[in-house]
Design a protein around this ligand. Structure first.
Ligand code: HEM
Length: 294
């Protein structure tokens, strides 16, 4: 954080005899009786108060920290995705690239979190497994929101939130609203690239299906990048997002297999088998298929 009301530091390197050492830590503000400190601004007491292991197991702390950090990144991703989608809905193609780039970078942080969690052995995990009963990331409302905004739509995935209207309401809205890809296809159509009405008016609560006419539209874009540069860039950025999503899923599965093997998940699914099937999800089918057809 900077202090705009301070004079610019003297970079001449010449310390005048008797002058205070501007680079010394004593120059920092230390009295926060009447102004906002770092911890106040960030509400660190509130943030840290949520970090409450229920056992004495050493690794429960790590387990909670990685989940908390992941949830914060997921919320940032939702915010950036929504902003990008608002711009796409207005027909803007360049500004969303900035937000989507931020999504991609945040996804990298999410994926890196597995590296820390993988230091936990099966025995470490079992030392606190009893603490969380049927709780599972399957019930992460933010993760579901990211999936719904990206277009992986299955009504059943919102069900764990039925007891929380504040979470279930926005998820249901997202389930029935356009995905980031639906909005992109509208832009394609607006450019005269002929997206069929049945795609533009499709039931948004269903996952996308590959459509030959949409594929042909993307083939045109990918064969003439100079003519359709903004759509071309947008498509590649969306592919980056899906690419990173796949990496997160894969690393999750690997971490799960090395931690609990093929035991069922705490959320009630088959565990690794369920997660392995999720690897087959395709968010933007034509953007993958276009590579084969070029
Ligand atoms: C060793 C640690 C972990 C284990 C053993 C584990 C295990 C599992 C399992 C077995 C599932 C399938 C659903 C079920 O519970 O039946 C699942 C789902 C999920 N987990 Fe984890 N998980 C771990 C860490 C994490 C972390 C750190 C996150 C971060 C947010 C996370 C997020 C999720 C999400 C979002 C799902 C739903 C995936 C989907 O439906 O496609 N998990 N987890």
């Amino acid at each position: 954080m900077s202090a705009p009301d301070r004079p610019a530091p003297d970079r001449s390197g010449a310390a005048r005899p008797g002058a205070p050492d501007r680079d010394a830590p004593e120059q920092a503000y230390t009295d926060f009786t009447r102004s906002l400190s770092y911890g106040d601004y960030l509400q660190l007491d509130t943030l840290k108060s949520a970090h409450r292991p229920v056992t004495d197991a050493h690794d429960e702390h790590l387990f909670i920290a990685v989940h908390h950090v992941s949830e914060v990144w997921l919320d940032l991703i939702i915010r950036e995705l929504r902003a990008a989608m608002d711009q796409l809905a207005l027909g803007i193609t360049d500004a969303p690239l900035k937000g989507l780039t931020r999504v991609v970078r945040a996804q990298e942080q999410l994926t890196n979190a597995w590296e820390v969690l993988k230091t936990m052995t099966p025995a470490d995990y079992l030392s606190f497994r009893s603490a969380f009963g049927q709780a599972s990331g399957f019930q992460s409302a933010s993760y579901r929101m990211v999936e719904f905004l990206l277009g992986n739509r299955h009504a059943v995935l919102a069900r764990p939130h039925e007891h929380r209207p504040d979470l279930h309401g926005p998820l249901t809205d997202a389930l029935h609203g356009p995905s980031v890809y639906d909005l992109t296809l509208r832009l394609l159509d607006a450019r005269g690239l002929n997206v069929p009405a049945e795609v533009l008016n499709r039931d948004p609560s269903q996952p996308p299906q590959l459509n030959e006419a949409v594929l042909n539209a993307w083939i045109t874009v990918y064969r003439q990048p100079d003519t359709y540069w903004d759509l071309y860039e947008l498509a590649e950025k969306l592919l980056d997002v899906e690419d990173n999503f796949r990496r997160w899923r894969f690393n999750h599965l690997t971490t799960v297999e090395r931690t609990i093997g093929f035991k069922s998940g705490s959320g009630g699914t088959s565990g690794a088998g369920y997660l392995r099937r999720a690897l087959e999800t395709v968010l933007f089918p034509e953007l993958w298929e276009v590579r084969t057809r070029l």
